[in-house]
Design a protein around this ligand. Structure first.
Ligand code: NAD
Length: 357
């Protein structure tokens, strides 16, 4: 029995998680997998119901689970108020408590969606990259964050901190993953300016000596932002720190055509993982039944592969999604007219039908 905690969250989160559960149930029947689902409050809805974004009971459930599937959290309603009562604070705390330091975000440009991207099809063709983002360090977790007021002049301070062992463990993950891919790691930093980046570069270079079959290149983050658009096929594994990874992976999302397609996994040292679409709660389309469920469905494929070691079920989901996209099925975010676009539920129905075949 595979124990999965569902954290639907806010906005379109519950809409896409519901669809992903249908896909899991179909895979259960087809591949003889059994699941026990438990749902818990997390994010803005947890603030409303329990006064905090990550209630103790939710964290305890996640700590006992084999895997967590998260929708998305946040929205304008919770953008005001103290930091402890923000949905994003709950997300950072959840990742930290669960020891999830490696965030994997694949970006694949499907030929059949070449027209949905703002980049020229001949530049995109063959793009298949994976951003490996460090998740528990850097400026998001600086301990000296504060504001000072000097005679009416307000100053804000954030600190960026990285320890050697934090860089080492994420670098090992990136090199190991690269070994199963095209054996090329691009480590992204800002070593010409930041001390944390200089340490990053030193440690990654040292770790690379244990993986001589993998090619390592270093790239400054500003150059990487440019090269991702200029020649995305150059990249295989992009290894980077927390904030650069956040930004570059959203940029990579646009290579694929829509953020509604991008899955992610957050891992620690064991098989446990937290899986979630890269997108947020999309308050602008929430409640309309038009969100693209594919990012969440592909997150389930990552869960099956990385936590449950079921490549058969993961491959089947990925194939079904590609077949459906190749057949021309599109949700509204994929550049079709609203009148021709499939709803969230109809897109899932097509994917389940493709799975059956
Ligand atoms: P967003 O990803 O929610 O939306 C950006 C744009 O993409 C919107 O136009 C939205 O309609 C569209 N979009 C996103 N997902 C889609 C999908 N599945 N199908 C179709 N269209 C989709 O980013 P945002 O608007 O910057 O943030 C909204 C809220 O989400 C904020 O409160 C933010 O803090 C939060 N957020 C949460 C997470 C998370 O839970 N991991 C990640 C990013 C943002």
């Amino acid at each position: 029995m595979n124990h999965i905690v569902l954290l639907p969250g806010d906005g379109i989160g519950p809409e896409v998680v519901e669809q992903a559960v249908f896909v899991m149930q179909q895979c259960g029947q087809q591949f003889g997998m059994t699941f026990a689902f438990e749902e818990a409050l997390f994010g803005g809805c947890a603030i409303d119901a329990a006064g905090e974004p990550l209630p103790k009971e939710t964290l305890e459930l996640c700590q006992k689970a084999d895997a967590v599937l998260l929708g998305a959290v946040g929205g304008p309603k919770w953008d005001v108020g103290p930091k402890e009562r923000r949905p994003e604070t709950g997300l950072l705390a959840l990742r930290k408590h669960l020891g999830l330091y490696a965030n994997l975000r694949p970006a694949i440009a499907y030929d059949c969606l070449a027209n949905a991207s703002s980049i020229r099809p001949e530049v995109l063709r063959g793009t298949d990259l994976l951003v490996v983002r460090e998740l528990t360090g850097g400026i998001y977790f600086g301990d000296k964050e504060r504001r000072t007021d000097d005679c009416g002049r307000t100053t804000a301070i954030d600190t960026c901190v990285y320890a050697e062992d934090e860089i080492e463990r994420i670098a090992h993950q990136a090199f190991l993953i690269a070994r199963g891919r095209r054996k090329h790691v691009t480590s992204v930093d800002k070593a010409n300016v930041l001390e944390t980046s200089r340490l990053w570069r030193e440690v990654v270079t040292r770790v690379s000596l244990s993986y001589r079959d993998v090619t390592l290149e270093h790239m400054l983050v500003d150059n990487c932002a440019m090269q991702l658009l200029r020649r995305p096929t150059h990249f295989d594994v992009v290894l980077t720190e927390n904030m650069f990874g956040d930004i570059l992976s959203d940029e990579a999302a646009m290579l694929t055509g829509s953020i509604g397609l991008l899955a992610s996994a957050s891992l620690g040292d064991g098989a446990f993982g937290l899986y979630e679409p890269v997108h947020g709660s999309a308050p602008d389309i929430a409640g309309q039944g038009i969100a693209n469920p594919i990012a969440t469905i592909l997150s389930v494929a990552m869960m099956f592969r990385l936590t449950f070691r079921r490549d058969d079920a993961a491959d089947a989901i990925e194939r079904a999604v590609q077949d459906v996209l190749r057949s021309g099925a599109r949700t509204a975010d994929l550049g079709v007219d609203r009148s021709q676009a499939l709803s969230t539920a109809d897109m899932t129905t097509r994917i389940i039908a493709a799975l059956r075949n």
